[in-house]
Design a binder for this molecule. Structure first.
Ligand code: 5GP
Length: 218
């Protein structure tokens, strides 16, 4: 994995920062804020076979593709991970992630628990995972309705799926309860900042400390 210079000039490995949650818990808002306020992050844009929602933009929210193309990408090893969610296929294109990591950027993933498990199996040491919880079921339902992009049937489906998704919370490194978006954002940002400082990720530390010792010995 590529090296990058941290803010303090010490080289470190890039990390894969995963946000998951039941839909409606505010994860999309949080990842948008992260991208706005931490410009050194690179967002992994997934491919999906689900139809585009109003307001979504091709290449920004997803690459919208058909099932034939999805299956070809999957078969050709072009996806780093993939999953079926709400009867549609989703996957992370491998090449942009590898390019970002190899140019020394951390990558943000908005993927579900199935994809997170696959990334963990492939690159355990480089994956940092955060699960976002809604403060209550009522809050989750309200957000799904406010979003108003899906029909009542779809919303009911998402509510019942949320119960299943919630059961995976304990597989994540960190849990953030999204009572207030600014507070939740500050927590997610702190996690990323702290993870960047982890000793084992900071591959340049040995040399840095050696140089400090050399200077001190003079
Ligand atoms: P939505 O259709 O609401 O945009 O996303 C539905 C769910 O699919 C969300 O939980 C989202 O995180 C997840 N998802 C989006 N892209 C991917 C992907 O590439 N891989 C996996 N495993 N899940 C994804």
């Amino acid at each position: 994995m590529a090296e990058r210079h941290g803010f303090d000039g010490v080289e470190r490995r890039g990390l894969m920062f995963v946000l998951s949650s039941p839909s409606g818990a505010g994860k999309t808002t949080l990842s948008r804020l992260l991208m706005e306020r931490m410009p050194e992050l690179s967002l992994s844009v997934s491919v999906t076979t689900r139809p585009m929602r109003p307001g979504e933009v091709e290449g920004r929210d997803y690459f919208f593709i058909d099932k034939v193309r999805f299956d070809a990408m999957s078969k050709g090893g072009e996806l780093l991970e993939s999953a079926t969610v709400f009867d549609h296929s989703y996957g992370t294109p491998r090449a942009p992630v590898e390019a970002a990591l190899s140019s020394g950027r951390d990558v943000l993933f908005d993927i579900d628990w199935q994809g997170t498990q696959q990334l963990r199996e492939k690159a355990r040491a480089d994956v940092v995972s955060v699960f976002i919880l809604p403060p209550s079921a009522a809050d989750l339902e309200k957000r799904l309705h406010t979003r108003a992009q899906d029909s009542d049937g779809v919303i009911r489906g998402r509510m019942s799926r949320a119960t299943h998704e919630l059961s995976h919370w304990a597989e994540y490194d960190y849990i953030v309860i999204n009572r207030d978006v600014d507070e939740a954002f500050a927590e997610v940002q702190s996690i990323l900042k702290a993870e960047r400082l982890k000793r084992e990720r900071r591959t340049g530390l040995t040399g840095f400390v050696r140089e400090l010792q050399r200077q001190l010995a003079q």
